[in-house]
Each structure stands twice: as structure tokens, then as C-alpha cells.
Design a protein around this ligand. Sequence first.
Ligand code: NDP
Length: 332
Amino acid sequence: NQQIHLTRRPQGMPQAGDFSFVEAQMPEIGEGQALVRTLYLSVDPYLRGRMSDKKSYVAPFEVGKMLSGGIVGQVEESRTPSLARGDIVTGHLGWQRYAAVTPGQVTKVDPTLAPISTALGVLGMTGLTAYFGLLDIGRPKEGETVVVSGAAGAVGMIVGQIARIKGARAVGIAGSAEKTEYLIRELGFDAAVNYKNDNFREELEKACPQGVDVYFDNVGGEVSDAVLAHLNKGARIPLCGQISMYNLEKPDIGPRIQPQLLINSALMKGFIVGEYAARFGDGVRELAGWLKEDKLKYAENIVDGFENTIEAFLGLFSGENVGKQLVKVAEP
Ligand code: NDP
């Protein structure tokens, strides 16, 4: 049974040598357990935080131990009446090909709802992050302008489309011309700007002629500084992620944004999607409904092969992905 371990804590941008592939014993299942074969594995930016030993909302990974994350798998063998051979399940499990699980560690996935990989994306953690962060904190109203950074990523592309569903104007910020094109042409964003362009600030201002009512922040840093200069009175800022800072060893010194918040009576609120766990069922139902009605689209960037997991993870920091970055480990 192959596993991926953290060999040392990354300094700055993680390197392949920070990880190792380890051959472990095949897990044996006891009474009340099931053997799950990993089919899809989710790589997510927040895992970078867990590779450091700084205090955060989840405990750091331990050096010399297996990494873990969102998995979709299939039950191969079961010694519990709650799980049957062939069931598709999802849960937070180790980065390995096979796992022994108890029913409480996993949730069954309904394969008739949507492709099973969506349990890790639009109908899973990233879709729910977009849904609750935008609707609970951002609260977009009809005609308002919603700006989202990391807009071509798993969370961002869903945020912009929900903003449109709510009758708001969606403006995306992403890191290439292909991505901004895609947001406008395929996903119906009203405007999209490339933050890597020299004239990013001017383009952003042009894209937001009525100012910014909601800024869904996935990236932080200079991109956010540029957006916060255009806040409207009463703006709301769901603080979802700060990917531009995850690999910095020293804090990034930027402009102080408090005056922007103060003079606009703006609200900036951080959140962790897990805080909404009691309402996940409602969120998934509404997201799945929008998918069925074709009001919501999603994209996945699927890398084939467990052996390519680390490259897939590192690709998040260079913007390789459009939509949810997944690793396909095995066929159902
Ligand atoms: P994405 O699918 O958006 O992938 C990451 C993207 O970030 C890349 O494709 C890249 O796109 C962009 N990026 C990478 N480095 C930088 C940088 N230095 N500056 C600006 N953009 C950069 O990931 P997710 O959708 O899964 O996550 C998006 C954000 O949401 C992350 O910050 C993540 O930590 C956060 N998050 C928070 C949760 C919560 O509960 N609060 C839950 C889930 C995610 P580009 O080409 O545009 O640069």
C-alpha cells in the first residue's frame, strides 16, 4: 500500500524532496471497518499551512508521517452493515491507495447526482466554501458588483457564478489571458482582469465602474490592495484565502487597509468552511439544483496517477489549474 509522507517542513515554495512515497503494509480491516480504495484525491492550497508548524485552525502535519486530505474512494471489502462493497464514499483520509475506515469517517456519495469527483469540488469542500462565504458573509444584492480573486480556481469560479445567479455583476481576477477569457466566455462573468498585466490596476478600475460591494478574497497581497481601493460604502469582504502569502517565510508588508474599511463602514470577515458543517446538506442540495438547471458550471483539472500527486499540489501555486485540482488514483 503506497503512501505519501512529509519528510521535512517546506521552506518557502515546497519542493519534491519535502515528500516521500513509502511502501506500507496493506491495511487489515477489523470488525466494524471497511477497506476503501482511493479513486480521487484532492490537493488544496490550505494543506501548505498544515506543512508548517505555525499555529492554525488545524493541527500541523507531523514530519515522517502520512499526509491527508479529501478523498473519494470505493468500498472494496466491508465488515460493517453501514457500508457495502461497491459504495462510493468521501472523507478526510490519508494520502494512500487503500485505507481501513469506520463508517463515521466517511460519507456516502450519491453517484446519480453528478460525477463522483464533484464530491471533492463543486458539491464538496470548495463549492461549499464559495456558497457559504459568498451568501452568508458577502450577501450580494441585485445590481451590486462582486469581485472575486483566484477567480478561475475551484472556489472562485463558483463564487462568480453564484453572484450572477443572485443578480449581481461578477468581476473575476485571475493569472492569465486564457483564464480571464474562459471566465467571460464560458462562465458568464461580466468582466475579468489578469493581475499579471502591467496595467492591472487600471483594468480593474475599468471593470468596476460602480465600485466594489463585495470582495471575495482568495489571494490577499497586492491583488487585494488593488481591489480594496475601490470599496463602496457598506462593502462586505469574505476573507476566504491568502494564497499569495502561503509560501512566504516573512510577513508581507503592504499598505494598511484599515482606513478603507473605516471610511466605507465595510465588513471584513474571515471564515473556515467547516463552521457551516450543520448546513452542508442544504448547500449541496442548492448547488446540485443549480448544476441540474444548468445555471452553474464547474471545471476540474485532473492529473492522472498517484505518483503525480505532489506535482499536482505544487501546480496550485503556479496557477496550472482551471477549476478544482484533483488526482485520479484509480478507476471505480
Ligand atoms: P484554486 O483552485 O483557486 O487554486 C489556486 C489558484 O490560486 C491557482 O490556480 C492560481 O491561479 C492562484 N494563485 C496561486 N498563487 C497566487 C498568487 N501568488 N497570487 C494570486 N493568485 C495565486 O484553489 P481553491 O479554489 O481550492 O482555493 C482558493 C483559496 O480559498 C485558497 O486561498 C484557499 O486556501 C482558500 N480556501 C479557504 C477555505 C476556507 O474554509 N476558508 C476552504 C477552501 C479554500 P492564477 O493563475 O489566477 O494565479
